[in-house]
Design a binder for this molecule. Structure first.
Ligand code: ADP
Ligand code: ZN
Ligand code: ZN
Length: 739
């Protein structure tokens, strides 16, 4: 009998990271009998080679074998993904209706997507050999240098790297070489983890009563799946709670994944973790090099590192010994990927916890309405930290009515007085305005011409420092001109407020004070944000003015006055998420005040002093606001009481997107739509962006499963429509904004 496995070549099915909704068949290399899902393979595709991901092996393809191309190379001996990691990828593909190859791609760092070998940098560790262990250093007295170095190895179980040796002896190499030749030392290669083990670690703080209770409850959940919503006011010591729970997980020799918004993953936080744990720590965020992220990913995957601090995409990092997932600032919209594969790292963290049967902790001072809803439904356990840790007290919140008030570049008289009083006490002031540049609109005084972007439906923002007009959506820019280009004579005026304008005014009002502006423009240069933060913390700055960048994570102990210059811009959005985001922002910004022993004050300038949302938030706090907002959402059957998916379409002309959406509506009408509400097609809130015309269709169903069934039928058809080929489209499941 002929050896059939030699006769018959097996076929490997692969997912290729391209925007198509199918998998591809390739001939397996000779001798291959199995392949684990997620294994990277190199395949010919068109005229190029692509790194693809194996999903399975089969005997017969629908395509004739002689038309199948062979796989060029199998890149991994074993899949770098565990069975559960693979299940997570499949789950995400299914739920977000996104092409499998691109979902796989998101799970790997760029280096591995490009086919780089899955090895981490290694370094030499010198240790005593068996012979060396029996030798008395005195026997080396004829070679004093060798004796000196050999002695360094006499402490219990020490291995030393070249860096360690170089620290103590300039010219250590010849002696080490001699000791190796005498067989007194040996070499071991070890992964070069991001951090070496610290000699000493900082001890945990004495937890207060609420913290202790939280820590106890969280520790009790180690070893099984659960979700806890840790709702702790700013400064309540959530990080301390995380660290004490993490220690317990490390003691069990398990790994911890900590996910944070980019903006809060600061060097200060990394140091806090490094000082606390005698474990290897890896870091992954967008400002690191591809190689650094490659190493962090593999250090966790291979178990060289025990803690990963990372941003959204770190969610997919495989853990060799998973023990705990923490997601801090769970309400933060940066956990939602806004381009390409539109996943929510928060929601996937929970799926991951379930697949690995480990606990997930969601922490925040301002829980998202979805998470609160899940806590009310007992799907999540709610744990409160309602008091600030240490001696800090909660700040006072005040509304300043600025109707009919004279403002000096956004600053009201009473606010200026408050700033003066605070500075007189040698305390710091923080002013928040969520708009950079000098002013958002340039208008002609005589003919009312407005400088607009040619590519977007928006006005150009004045940046006086750079003498430019800039579009904040597409990056288009032009020089500032002294006269109106329309009437040629009119004087051009700046309308509205930006941080640059407020800064100028502050300099005029407080010429003696040190003022620092923190926004995307002023922190362009690498290290400049850190530099500013250091100055602030050293008390060298009197007034801090900034955007969103200030709202989170940073700890300014000497700030006792915080003012939000313009809350009104957030009150009247057509997107129902806006009020939730505004309330979170107000509380987060307020959280920067009075963090140490000095009490803080928070002032909100508004022309809507009677606005119900502001009043509930200020008088009764975030939780009451959230109850009110949830009740409103329930009335309107908006998420989390229903599920939504947004189909976004754009093209260089307005006709093609509308054509596609009309077709989609027809398709939905002709199929079982499970009572799905179809809203649209409508043009997007900012219809023209970067020269493209954006349209959208919102699908909503009171039952998540039914919406999923509809999408499962609809999306595969979308890929086949000829109308879809002329446009760019995406499907956003659980959109966090409707733009
Ligand atoms: P959060 O993350 O909740 O905003 P942090 O964990 O950053 O709060 O803690 C705020 C401050 O309180 C930090 O300076 C921290 O060192 C301090 N802190 C936390 N827990 C305690 C405690 N049990 N005793 C004393 N100080 C504490
Ligand atoms: Zn004019
Ligand atoms: Zn533009």
């Amino acid at each position: 009998m002929a050896n059939s496995s030699e006769q018959k070549k097996l076929i490997i099915q692969v997912a290729i990271p391209i925007p198509v909704n199918r998998i591809f068949d390739y001939l397996a290399p000779k001798g291959t009998t199995s392949i684990s899902p997620g294994t990277r393979v190199l395949v010919p595709f068109g005229n190029a080679k692509k790194v693809a991901f194996a999903v399975g092996i089969i005997e017969n393809s629908n395509i004739k074998n002689d038309r199948l191309k062979p796989i060029i190379e199998i890149l991994d001996e074993y899949s770098l993904l565990s069975e559960q990691d693979y299940q997570l990828v499949l789950w995400a593909q299914h739920y977000y209706h996104h092409p499998l190859g691109e979902v796989f791609s998101a799970a790997f760092p760029v280096s591995l997507r490009k086919g780089k070998k899955s090895v981490v940098a290694q370094e030499k560790h010198y240790k005593l050999s068996a012979k060396g262990k029996c030798l008395n250093p005195e026997q080396l007295k004829k070679t004093p240098k060798q004796k000196q170095i050999f002695k360094m190895f006499q402490q219990p179980v020490l291995s030393l790297t070249s860096a360690d040796l170089a620290q103590q002896h300039k010219n250590w190499r010849p002696a080490i070489k001699a000791l190796l030749e005498k067989d007194l030392l040996s070499i071991e290669l070890q992964a070069k983890a991001s951090k070496k083990i610290f000699d000493k670690t900082e001890t945990a703080l004495q937890a207060n009563e609420q913290q202790s209770k939280a820590i106890k409850q969280l520790i009790a959940r180690i070893g099984q799946f659960s979700v806890c919503l840790l709702e702790g006011v700013t400064g309540s010591g959530k990080t301390e709670v995380y660290m004490q729970v993490i220690q317990q997980v490390l003691d069990l020799d398990l790994q911890v994944l900590v996910l944070l918004p980019e903006i809060t993953l600061t060097p200060q936080l990394q140091d806090r973790f490094k000082r606390r744990f005698s474990a290897n720590l890896s870091i992954s965020h967008s400002k690191l090099t591809d190689n650094q992220r490659h190493c962090a990913w593999l250090e966790m995957q291979q178990g060289h590192s025990s803690i990963l601090l990372g941003t959204r995409s770190a969610l997919f990092t495989p853990l060799k010994k998973p023990g705990l997932i923490i997601l801090d600032e769970e309400h933060d919209s940066s956990f939602k990927q806004q381009k390409g594969f539109l996943y929510s790292a928060r929601d996937l963290a929970i799926v991951k916890g379930k697949l690995f049967n480990i606990p997930v902790i969601l922490g925040t001072a301002t829980p998202s309405l979805e998470s609160l809803y899940n806590a009310h439904n007992k799907r999540y356990q709610l744990i409160h930290l309602s008091e600030r840790a240490g001696t800090a007290v909660k700040p006072k919140l005040l509304l300043f009515d600025i109707r009919n008030k004279r403002l000096q570049d956004g600053l009201s008289e009473p606010l200026i007085t408050q700033i003066k009083n605070t500075l007189a006490k040698n305390e710091q002031v923080l002013l928040f305005l969520n708009r950079r540049g000098y002013a958002p609109v340039q208008i002609c005084h005589s003919c009312a011409w407005v400088a607009r972007c040619h590519h977007c439906d928006t006005s150009l923002v004045i940046h006086y420092e750079e003498k430019r007009l800039r579009c904040h959506h597409c990056g288009y820019q032009q020089h500032l001109t002294p006269h109106c280009p329309a009437c040629k004579t009119g004087e051009l005026k700046a309308l509205g407020l930006g941080t640059e304008r407020v800064e100028k005014s502050l300099h005029a009002l407080f010429p003696q004070q040190k003022i620092v502006r923190l926004d995307r423009d002023s922190t362009q240069r690498k290290g400049s944000l850190e530099n500013h933060l250091d100055q602030i913390n050293q008390g060298k700055v009197d007034i801090i003015l900034g955007t969103q960048m200030l709202a989170k994570g940073h700890h300014f102990p000497n700030v006792t006055l915080v003012a939000i210059l313009d809350v009104d811009s957030g009150l009247f959005s057509i997107d129902y998420h806006a009020t939730e985001k505004l309330a979170q922002l107000i509380i987060q910004v307020a959280g920067r005040a009075g963090r140490a022993e000095k009490p803080g004050k928070v002032i909100l300038q508004t022309r809507q002093p009677d606005h119900p949302l502001l009043n509930v938030l200020l008088k009764q706090g975030y939780n009451s606001f959230a109850q009110t907002a949830l009740a409103e959402r329930q009335q309107a059957m908006l998420p989390p009481f229903s599920s939504q998916a947004l189909l976004r379409v754009y093209a260089g002309n307005p006709a093609d997107p509308q054509m596609l959406l009309k077709k989609v509506c027809e398709i939905i009408q002709n199929m079982e739509s499970y009572n799905t509400l179809v809203l649209g097609p409508v043009s997007a809130p900012m219809a023209k962006r970067e020269g493209n015309y954006h349209f959208q269709l919102l699908l909503q169903n009171n039952h998540r499963k039914k919406l999923q069934s509809l999408l499962g039928l609809l999306v595969p058809q979308l890929y086949l429509l000829k109308e879809a080929r002329k446009v760019r489209w995406s499907i956003d499941v659980d959109p966090v904004d409707l733009y």
